[in-house]
Structures are given as structure tokens and as C-alpha cells.
Design a binder for this molecule. Sequence first.
Ligand code: CP
Length: 332
Amino acid sequence: MKHFLNTADWSRPELQAMIDEARRLKTSPYGDVLKGKTVALLFLNNSLRTRTSFDVGAQQLGGHAVVLSPSGGMWPLEFEDGVVMDGDAEEHVKEAAKVLSRYCDMIGIRAFPKFVDWEEDRKDKILNAFAQYADVPVINMETITHPCQEMAHVMALQERLGPLDGKKFVLTWTYHPKPLNTAVANSALMIAAKFGMDVTLLCPQSEYLLDMRYMSQAEQDAKANGRHVHVTHDIDEAYKGADVVYAKSWGALPFFGKWEEEKPIRDQYRHFIVDEEKMAKTNNALVSHCLPMRRNVKMTDGVFDSTNCIAYDEAENRLHVQKAIMKALVSS
Ligand code: CP
């Protein structure tokens, strides 16, 4: 039995095989590979795409999805081992994972960081607890990485560009009024490096660098492909000759728990918005965002609504790649 927690746990050929299967499912969406199978989808945070695409995907393959969330009446869970449970939690994750495993064939988990202490958030305790205690495959539906999004992104890029080796991929930090999860940024960096792209990370200053766990993984994958990950704070340098621009905002890791100190720094960098002037410096680059996205804050209408933007394709591909992932996991 194998979980789908992080693409770093899977080889490039294994991931490519799932993307190839997703491409087949895109043209032939229905089947019975999940007939009689149920996936439990546990959402501790909001979602539009992930929730809908997993539910629809399971149904299209003959299966069934059960959506669970605290706001939907689930018991509050305890995630720490060995604690005296005299607080709000009524149920330990060990029981939740083991009981769900008796009813369901896979468990999806969405659990964002709490944004108070990165050292604590980076342990990814909720996902790892389910992976430890469940007797069925667990899927990361976004915690501190977002592997399903990575897969959909690569699929969309391959649909437009063919082989990705050597293409210049720019992950750019963009302004957002609130500090956001680093998950998609971590994932984008790792998958672009793994698929042989020439990766540049553009962020306003060093505090916005990503966790070394993911920077190092990306560097290791880049090295295996004879490349390396380039980091810059220079907008012109980053955009020059880019084949792909991926936009994402995230909170600076050193400021977890003291966001009032980060805000004046972040507010200086509204000009990191992806706009027509910056895109004109690229090699007619494709551009994307995982969505949801604040228009004219992270990216201008002109760029987002252009034919170079593949965000809708990427969002659609979530459905296809997740079906391929579920299919691979139930057969593992
Ligand atoms: N990109 C993504 O995961 O979208 P949702 O948050 O709407 O699920």
C-alpha cells in the first residue's frame, strides 16, 4: 500500500505514468475501476476545486466520495499522541483513521498550516498522523505541499509545450493582502525541477525563500537533470526569456506568528503583480496560477484572460490527475 503525500516520494517515471493515464481519462472519462470503492475527503479548510474534482472523479470511475469537515458536524480531533484529552477534541486521529479505514478505501486530507509557528506547521502532523494510522492509502489534498496541483500543472504544461526539459520555469511570488500557505510554491518548485525544467525562484527578499526541505529537494532533482535552481530578487532577470511563469503568493516563514511585522514589508511589493509589461520580457511564456486568485492583485485581467494563460486547463486537469492517482492507489 502506498500513500500519495508528496511527489518527492514518487519517481519521475511513476508520476509521468499517472499523467499519461490522466490524459487517457481526459478523453475517456468514465469507468468502473472504483466500483464499490469509497474515498473519504476530510476538509479542515475551504475548497472549490479539490472538493468538486475528487467527488466528481470518484463518481466517474464508479466510486463514491464522503466529504467530512468540522463545519459539517465531524467530531473535533486530537492529533498529538499521549495527551490527556481533556480539551475540545472528542476523538483521537488514531481512531478516526482506523474507523474510516474500515468504511473507505482511500482517505484525502486537506489541512493547512496554522500560521503561528512554522517549526510546528512544517511537521505536517495531521497528514502524517493519518498516514501512520490509516490502513488504506492517504492522499494529500493540500497541507504544506499540494501534490495534486503539481500534477495538474505539469499535465497542462505538457499539453501545450510537449517535453519540458530545459524550458525556463519562473515561480514568482506575488502580492496578496494576507499571508498565504507556501504549499503550492513548494510543490511548483519541486515538480518543475523533477521534470527537468530550468527553474528560477523570484521573490522580493530573502525572508520569502521557501523552506530548505523543499528548496533542497528541488535542487537535488535539478542536479539529477544536470541543472540547478536559480534564486533571484530581480524581476527583469527572472522574466527574461521565461517559457513558463507560475504566480503564487505566500507568507514569509520567519514571520509566522508575527504577521503584523511582515505586513509593511509585504506592502512594499505590490509591483510583483504579473502584468503585460513583465510578460513582454518572456519567451511568449505560458502563465498559470493554482486558483483561487485575486484578479488585478496577483495578476492583471489582461494576462489572466490571455491565450497564454493555462489556469483553466490546470484546474480541469485536477479532475483527470486525481482519477489517475486514485486508480493507481487502489491498485497498489
Ligand atoms: N487549487 C485548489 O486547490 O483549489 P481549491 O482550494 O478551491 O480546492
